[in-house]
Design a protein around this ligand. Structure first.
Ligand code: HEC
Ligand code: HEC
Ligand code: HEC
Ligand code: HEC
Ligand code: HEC
Ligand code: HEC
Length: 235
């Protein structure tokens, strides 16, 4: 009897102790709200030109344990927008060990030549090519979600991360060589690196899936509503 009572008491004590420590853990977690003085600005720093990229202090200071002077002021001025004005805030500079590339070299931190999606985000609206034919539609969401592709599968060798790059590169080519040969080359160089009937549907089989035509272009310009009426799920 006595031993039973004793164990009930100690069980109660244990429960009370656990409850108290949970409470304590909760309050100390609340006290650990992000401290901007200690870790730098809480708001992410976002660049928009020429491409959108994002930097967060928290992941570098609080999480990775870097001190302010790991970056300020040798690598970056403590002023948003200052680096952009230098005129060489580019991937090429990173590769040469400047700016983000001081650490993002695959050694101190992941290589900036990989994991594009950690710093960049894909456009949410489709990219429409209109030169020289109207119009070809490319949607990132289909390729990222349904296709399960990483940014690097396209943005390392196949496409620049810049709208209009293919069209610019091809403007000088049209009308040259044998037409059929040129078309095959054009498709093989870009979309056809995957749309070859093996990695994805072949470009020789379903022209109109990509070539939405003038009508498709007009309906895209007409807004989302029209697309929904066509019953095509866009996401
Ligand atoms: C890993 C590099 C890195 C570390 C470490 C770092 N910062 Fe920064 N910080 C940046 C970058 C990049 C910018 C933006 C510079 C630019 O746009 O040219 C910046 C900008 C700032 C700004 C200006 C924000 C604004 O809106 O103008 C402040 C303030 C700042 N940092 C404070 C800190 C403090 C405090 C610490 C240490 C707790 C710290 N930083 C650690 C990279 C870093
Ligand atoms: C002083 C060194 C240093 C510099 C400079 C630096 N980083 Fe980092 N970064 C790190 C370290 C260390 C980590 C954590 C380890 C890792 O993820 O490889 C990290 C991680 C990251 C992550 C992943 C965070 C996450 O979500 O887990 C991103 C994104 C990032 N850095 C972006 C940038 C950008 C953009 C710049 C330039 C504006 C930059 N970093 C400059 C050291 C640096
Ligand atoms: C560690 C972060 C980080 C990673 C990883 C990263 N970038 Fe960047 N990138 C930046 C920052 C910061 C800028 C400069 C500001 C801007 O243009 O938004 C930039 C600029 C660019 C630009 C425009 C300027 C230029 O260099 O021509 C392109 C294009 C680009 N990145 C492509 C890529 C591709 C492709 C990948 C993956 C292979 C990649 N980036 C990976 C941070 C990163
Ligand atoms: C299946 C191929 C493919 C994949 C995967 C892909 N992209 Fe793209 N991306 C493109 C094409 C094509 C363009 C347009 C190039 C052109 O116009 O020459 C583009 C353009 C861009 C642009 C420029 C948009 C503009 O308005 O200038 C950004 C930013 C971008 N991609 C980011 C990403 C990011 C981040 C990821 C990964 C999360 C990603 N992309 C994955 C094919 C791809
Ligand atoms: C890195 C490989 C890769 C590249 C490059 C690529 N795609 Fe795709 N694409 C895929 C995969 C994977 C799918 C999903 C599987 C499928 O539909 O065959 C897909 C699906 C599509 C779809 C959706 C088809 C449907 O049935 O809804 C369209 C449209 C499309 N791609 C257009 C393009 C265009 C336009 C380009 C060039 C600007 C391109 N893709 C470049 C891999 C790629
Ligand atoms: C996977 C997507 C995709 C498929 C499928 C596809 N194309 Fe294309 N096509 C493109 C892209 C991207 C361009 C270049 C951008 C533009 O012209 O707007 C292009 C351009 C063209 C051009 C213009 C080239 C020039 O310089 O004159 C013609 C013509 C063309 N395609 C015909 C076809 C035919 C015919 C088929 C079917 C047998 C086909 N395409 C299937 C993506 C595709």
């Amino acid at each position: 009897m006595n031993t039973n009572k004793a164990s009930t008491v100690s069980l109660l004590a244990l429960t009370a102790f656990l409850a108290a420590s949970l409470l304590l853990a909760n309050t100390s977690m609340a006290e650990e709200a992000y401290d901007a003085d200690q870790f730098g600005p809480e708001e992410p720093i976002v660049w928009t030109t020429p491409t959108k990229a994002t930097f967060t202090h928290k992941t570098h200071t609080m999480d990775a344990g870097l001190a302010c002077d790991a970056c300020h002021d040798e690598i970056f001025a403590m002023e948003q927008g200052a680096t952009e004005k230098e005129g060489d805030f580019t991937m090429t500079s990173f590769k040469a060990g400047k700016y983000c590339g001081t650490c993002h070299d695959g050694n101190t931190a992941f290589d900036a030549a990989s994991q594009c999606g950690s710093c960049h985000s894909a456009p949410e609206t489709p990219i429409i090519f209109t030169y020289p034919v109207k119009a070809v539609s490319f949607e990132h969401s289909i390729h990222l979600n349904k296709g399960g592709l990483a940014c690097e599968t396209c943005h390392k060798d196949v496409f620049a991360m810049k709208k209009g790059a293919i069209e610019e590169a091809e403007q000088s080519n049209t009308g040259s060589e044998n037409k059929r040969e040129y078309l095959e080359k054009l498709h093989n160089k870009y979309c056809g690196t995957c749309h070859d009937s093996s990695k994805a549907f072949g470009y020789l089989t379903r022209c109109t899936v990509c070539h939405i035509g003038v009508k498709g272009y007009d309906s895209l310009q007409g807004g989302e509503q029209k697309n929904k009426e066509h019953g095509e799920s866009k996401h």
